[in-house]
Each structure stands twice: as C-alpha cells, then as structure tokens.
Ligand binder design. Sequence first.
Ligand SMILES: *Cc1c(COP(=O)(O)O)cnc(C)c1O
Length: 420
Amino acid sequence: MADDPDGLLARARRLDAEDPLARYRDRFVINDPDTVYLDGNSLGRLPKATRDRLRQVIDVEWGVDLIRGWDRWIELGRQAGDVIGELVGAEPGEVTLSDSTSVNLYKLAAAAVAARPGRRVVLTDDDNFPTDQYLLQGLAEAGGLDLRVLPTDLDRGVRLADVRAALDGDVALVCLSHVAYRSGAVADLAGITAATHEAGALALWDLSHSAGSVPVGLGAAGVDLATGCTYKHLNGGPGAPAFLYVRRDLQAGLRQPIWGWFGQADQFSMAGRYEPADGIERFLVGTPGVLGGYAALEGARLSAEAGIEAIAAKARALTGYLIELADAWLVPLGFRLASPREDAHRGAHVTLHHGQAWQVCQALKEAGVIPDFRTPDRLRLGVAPLYTSFGELHVAMSRLRGIVSAGRHERFSTRRSRVT
Ligand SMILES: *Cc1c(COP(=O)(O)O)cnc(C)c1O
C-alpha cells in the first residue's frame, strides 16, 4: 500500500480483526471517537454498566431506600473485594475495598512492622511511587525506624538480586510496586516475596498498575499484604476506593493502627472498647463511599468477565506493537525506549524518553492523543486492552511522528502545569 510503506497499518488492521477482546470496546462510554486515550492507567474509561448501575443506585438505593440501603452496602467492600481477588489471585475474604491506596499502605506497613518486633528496617526502592515513599518516610519517622531505599534503574525496574543483597535480619518489611509506574517494568513478585520470607520479613506490594492489567498471583506467591487503586486498569472512576489484601492466615494476628468502628468486631453493639474484627474487616476504618464502591465493583466485574490472562495477552501485543512503531518512526527523531523490551517484563504501558517530553506531551494532547508526562523527560503511553485498538496506536504514533518531525511541539511552553 502506497500509504503504508512499512506495512504497519495493515498489521494493525489484522491484529484488530483477530482480537478476541475487540467487542469489549462497546462496553465503554466513548463519546470522543477521534481521541486516542492512552491514559487508562491513570484513569480508566467509564464502563456503560457502571453508568447504569450508578443511576440505579442514586435513584433507588439512595433516593428511595435511604438508610435501609446499608443492609446491602455493608457487604459491598467484600463483594467487590472478591471480584478483585479473582483478578489478583487471592481467595474470597482476602480482599476488600477500603480508603485510598495511600492510607492502606500506611495501615498495612504499620501492621507489618508491629508484627516484627525488634526489626527496625523498612526496605523500598527509589523508583517506587512517590506516595509510597512519603508514607514509609512518615512511618519511619514516627516509629524511629530506618528506611532503606534501594537505587533502581528507572527503565528496567527493581531487581531481585538487588533486593536480596539489601535484606538482612533487621528488615521487618519490604514494600515495592509490582508494575513500576514510570517504566511499566514488572518486578519479580514471587522471587522477591520468597527472598523476603527467607530473611524473616513481610512483603507488601503496591498493585496500582498491575491490578486488571497483568496476572499477579498473590496466593501462589505467598504474598503477605497488598493494596492498589481501582480507578486505573480496573476502571472504577475518579477517586474510587482502593482495595487491600491480607493473606488469610495473617489476618487475625495483625493490628493496623487506625482503630475505627468499621474495623470493630460486632460493630453495632457500640461497645466502648476497640476489639478488632476477625477477618479482613479489621483493616477497615470508617464509613466507606458507596457510590465509588459500586463503580469499583462494576469496573472489576468487566475485567473479570474478560479474564486477566486474555487482558494481559492483549496488553503484551499492544505494547509490543507500540514499541515496533516507536523503533520505526520515533527513535530516528530522538526518542529512546524507557521500558523493558521483553514482553514478560512489561505491564500495560510503554514509556519513551525525549529531551522535550513535556512539550511533546502538550502538542500531542492538542492533536487528540492523551498520554501522560512523567519525570524526568518521559512520555508514558498506557494501553487498556478492553478498549484500546491497534489501529488507535497507529493513529497516535503517526500524529506523534508528524508533530516531532515538523518541530510543532516547540511552540508549547516548557512550564509544567500543576497536574501532569
Ligand atoms: C496511582 C498510584 C498510587 C495512588 O495512590 P492514591 O492513594 O490513590 O492517591 C499509589 N501507588 C502507586 C504505585 C500508584 O501508581
């Protein structure tokens, strides 16, 4: 084809035609068909089922049922947790919705440290998401702990050998992200968890970029604790409650530091003394957001229906195709791949380094392609296997190539906005 000299468009068309998940695109509200949305890893699109469910919840469950709705809403965290558990390899009763990822990290990290008396070190890495680092800094300062921060290659992600070398008998907790927010590198969750256990420590994983994009296998790996967002790949909507996971055999023995009435055994006996519930509920604090909870439930259901293996397979194919386009069109223009090249080591986004990445990002948004900018000098392109098509990636990368080859991004300000 004259307009497809490298055959990459024909390939996109073939891959779309063969895509077993293609029909899921129609399950989302897409009112902007000319926009290529490559930011589903920051905020997933709105599923139609969620829109319909929220309308029903607002009109009937809130509008009519009022306080009587709590008979149902009280189960919502566990109900959604069981669906999310299916996606991350946990058993029923090991996952619930609660608070934000940030707050859950604090609760779980504090509970883990308290369960390892005498050990004073918390281990993380400098590529971990900022909120994780801040929370651990705060926990360390409050508890007189030592925060050990591993230096990690920003493009390759945290490595088992480095974690192993940093472990010793002082370490109480290892807290890392499964899929790196910047590069999309997938950490060796099973290997690092096993090494952590050999050293007598507990493992807490942040699954914000892996829940709904790659299989996690929490149970198979014997992971102790985990948390993550529902508004990214699980399409739960802005600010939807996070999920938290505690392995069942650990639940009764751990104490989290924020003692609220939703964590109380026999909550409505209104007893004066805090006595934590037996199960996963002991990690709850206060009244949960019901609307966000329903949105998290419906989003997770859609991913569970499609199946995490199928989602992950398509994520590998999409990101692999994106890398092919980048190699052919963008590397000659000064871009460099800042994500792992091997399929098995990538989550559902690809990051490209470019010296003027911020300006490129602005120009791309004006051209109807929504990426993310991430420090330093990186353009992050997220794929959402339930609604991203190969054809869209071809369009997005063509636009990107056109902008940079003509220098159009240089018209944009180098000043960053508050939200990037
Ligand atoms: C997005 C993200 C968060 C966000 O946490 P919130 O409490 O929801 O703001 C935390 N950790 C990681 C790894 C993330 O990618």
